[in-house]
Design a protein around this ligand. Structure first.
Ligand SMILES: NC(=O)c1ccc[n+]([C@@H]2O[C@H](COP(=O)([O-])OP(=O)(O)OC[C@H]3O[C@@H](n4cnc5c(N)ncnc54)[C@H](OP(=O)(O)O)[C@@H]3O)[C@@H](O)[C@H]2O)c1
Length: 237
């Protein structure tokens, strides 16, 4: 079995810990010896029962500044799930609180989807463009505000913290295939398969916390065993 690098003595905060991505991140972080602090909505604290006694949980909205201030204290890294739920700046409020209260020098790793672009040089398929247009249209339901996730990304890109914004492809469940591969721009051939196992998205987030080569990068990721990733590896060999 491959040995896993241990980070015993380091503390990591996972903001949005109760979601699917969040719970995978908690497990990967525990496997790597981190002391784990989780933040999730009060009504979701029970979703972390499997980790009872092994992690500290702060109940509260992830854009609640007082909750984030307490949770990130003393943490070497903060991993934050950005979701555009509601119309109350949930994503941008979460990003702003993490940026404002994380310890100086802490590694900050945020999650979003491929639709976020850093430099405008991503090339999107009509399917992604249509999905984004539809999601934006849904703001009228007041359930989701995709533009707020763009505002969150702008805050992160402009920040002088040690950030990484991980951009996820479409996701599927299933056992880990290993650390996803990444590229700077959607549209690069390596990413063509547009699929990542959710547990591997979480693995990338956790590994990024200890990978300084990803500071100030917005990697777009894809599963390492997808056809496009394998074809890219064959070409590079
Ligand atoms: N789904 C995809 O195909 C996909 C693709 C690319 C990238 N991503 C990115 O991956 C990350 C997580 O995606 P996921 O699909 O795996 O979801 P997830 O882990 O299940 O995360 C959903 C998060 O949203 C929270 N949430 C749900 N309803 C909410 C509400 N009404 N108000 C506030 N928070 C609410 C959940 O908290 P509770 O536990 O409290 O409900 C949880 O933290 C996001 O950053 C997303 O942009 C997803």
């Amino acid at each position: 079995m491959e040995s896993i690098e241990q980070h015993t003595g380091k503390k990591i905060c996972i903001v949005g810990a109760s979601g699917k991505l969040g719970r995978y991140m908690v497990q990967h972080a525990l496997d790597r010896g981190y002391e784990v602090v989780g933040v999730c909505r009060e009504q979701s604290v029970h979703k972390l029962d499997d980790f009872a006694g092994r992690i500290t949980v702060h109940g509260g909205d992830t854009n609640d500044r007082a909750v984030i201030e307490r949770a990130v204290e003393g943490c070497d890294a903060v991993l934050a799930v950005l979701v555009p739920w509601g119309v109350n700046d949930y994503s941008s409020g979460t990003a702003r609180a993490v940026i404002d209260f994380a310890e100086p020098g802490a590694r900050l790793v945020f999650s979003c989807g491929w639709h976020i672009t850093r430099d405008g040089r991503d090339r999107y398929s009509w399917k992604i463009k249509a999905a984004v247009a539809f999601a934006r249209f849904l703001r009228f339901t007041r359930l989701i505000d995709l533009d707020d996730q763009y505002r969150a990304a702008d805050l992160i890109f402009a920040s002088d913290t040690r950030w990484t914004l991980v951009r996820g492809s479409d996701l599927e469940e299933g056992p880990s295939q290993g650390l996803p591969v990444w590229s700077r721009h959607v549209g690069d051939p390596v990413l063509a398969s547009n699929m990542t196992r959710r547990t591997d998205f979480a693995l990338f987030m956790v590994e990024a916390a200890a990978d300084d080569t990803l500071v100030h990068e917005a990697p777009a990721i894809v599963g390492c065993r997808t056809p496009s990733a394998l074809a890219h590896r064959r070409q590079a060999a």
